[in-house]
Write a protein that binds this ligand. Structure first.
Ligand code: AMP
Ligand code: GLY
Length: 419
């Protein structure tokens, strides 16, 4: 088979790496890809939002299966376009992807069907939102309705800050059109967890969950990022909790989507808060998580291509999805200054100095004309390892991560440090 992966982050590198392990896969292309993917895939210079360019490439090169990594192309309707043209593609169509691209749609659907979630109210009118916010208690959770590259969620402790955030989003348009409508949400306390399923719209197959670290500094200090590390499984996870999540959240939401006339196919990501053992949904995403994919996919035993084809061909009930009974830890190395301004173009050294069983998934990297790997983004690499348990996997990652160096590189030291 010939496959095409759309995206350029470490999640997409992990997808490429996993697809490359399939005996079914002969050729892999990655658009626009990164320096690390060049080992397993041919890099194609087409941007993720260039629907027509991607379609032409897939047609001209007779791609058998296209896999969409990030949310933007899903929201742009890449799946609709490929499907209309008879090309197999893994991911939800535009209407189904609204479960991520519109927080208001997701919140209303969950309320309508009694899927456990925090109470939310949506506003397009600034004055009304302001009056409502004044009646709420700290901490205040404000979300932009549209996609805002993971930065559209603001949690403020004081009412003064929250009113300022609301003004910035709705009046100063700091997130552009994504802030035309905002959601003000009840704040949930508890342990956060990312839970993924594969689904063909009927069968809902669980995978293994992971914990993500959103803040830039150790002990969850500093601003939010795209994710600085992750581990799987969460130490507080067990089969009973998994069963509750499937029965009260994942299976009902897939049924609800079908009933809304938006059958959902692909990977669905539940961002959950577990409060006193009760899971509730903070958000749904229409894709795998980053950096969660980097610790979930290495644990997958079943051929990923088999799963994706079964999803595309509506026969997920016919296959069994299995995971290793191990643990995986991933730590992100970022450019100094990220998520604020940072410098790129530094040479990445030591990539070949890590132990054989260490996985290095690239994100913001590119190859120089001389063949060197240079930094080109905020999150540069995810260094990951599996082990028989979390502490073994964690030890391997931190023993190896110091061998990879570039100027101003930064990573958190507390990933997967659990009791
Ligand atoms: P999101 O971009 O939706 O993943 O939100 C970013 C982060 O904000 C989440 O990972 C949570 O840590 C936090 N968050 C979002 N909504 C809530 C909520 N209702 N209660 C508590 N924390 C939240
Ligand atoms: N790890 C958070 C996300 O992928 O949205």
């Amino acid at each position: 088979m010939k496959t095409l992966v759309i995206g350029s982050g470490a999640r997409e590198h992990t997808l490429v790496w996993k697809l490359a392990q399939s005996p079914k896969v002969k050729e892999i292309y990655a658009a626009p890809g990164n320096a690390g993917m060049a080992k397993e895939a041919q890099i194609v210079d087409i941007k993720v939002d260039d629907n027509e360019g991607l379609l032409k490439f897939a047609r001209d090169n007779r791609i058998d299966l296209t896999v969409v990594g990030p949310e933007q192309p899903l929201a742009n309707g890449i799946v609709d376009l490929f499907s209309k043209n008879g090309l197999a593609i893994f991911g939800p169509d535009q209407k189904a992807a609204e479960i991520e691209s519109s927080k208001v749609f997701a919140a209303e659907l969950m309320e309508k069907h009694g899927i456990p979630c925090p109470h939310s109210d949506a506003f397009t009118n600034f004055e009304k939102a302001r009056e409502y916010l004044k009646l709420q208690k700290s901490p205040f959770v404000i979300k932009t309705d549209g996609l805002a590259a993971g930065k559209g969620v603001i949690i403020d402790l004081s009412q003064e800050e929250a009113l300022k955030s609301l003004t910035n989003i709705m009046q100063n348009k700091t997130f552009g059109k994504a802030g035309d409508r905002v959601v003000i949400q009840e704040h949930l306390e508890g342990r956060e967890m990312s839970f993924f399923v594969f689904t063909d719209g009927k069968t809902v197959a669980p995978t293994v969950p992971a914990c993500d670290y959103k803040r830039i500094f150790d002990w969850n200090k500093g601003p939010n990022t795209g994710g600085m590390g992750s581990y799987s499984p969460p130490e507080f996870y067990n089969r009973v909790l998994g069963d509750i999540i499937m029965k009260t959240i994942m299976e009902p939401i897939i049924l609800a989507m079908a009933d809304e006339g938006r059958p959902y196919k692909g990977a669905l990501y539940g961002g959950l808060m577990i409060t006193n053992k009760v899971p509730r949904v903070i958000e749904f995403n229409a894709r795998l998580g980053d950096p969660e994919a980097q610790v979930v996919l290495p644990r997958l035993k079943t051929d990923l291509v088999e799963i994706m084809l079964a999803v595309v061909e509506n026969r997920l009930d016919k296959i069994k999805i299995e995971f290793e009974n191990n643990a995986c830890v991933g730590v992100v190395i970022a450019s100094g200054g990220y998520p604020g301004p940072y410098t790129t173009g530094f040479t990445v050294n030591g990539l070949d100095d890590v132990d054989k069983d260490i996985m290095v998934f690239h994100a913001g990297t590119r190859t120089s004309p001389e063949g060197q790997v240079l930094t080109s983004g905020g999150r540069v690499l995810t260094v990951a390892a599996t082990g028989k348990n979390l502490s073994e996997a964690r030890k391997k990652v931190y023993q190896n991560i110091t061998r990879i160096k570039f100027e101003e590189c930064y990573y958190r030291k507390d990933i997967a440090l659990v009791k």
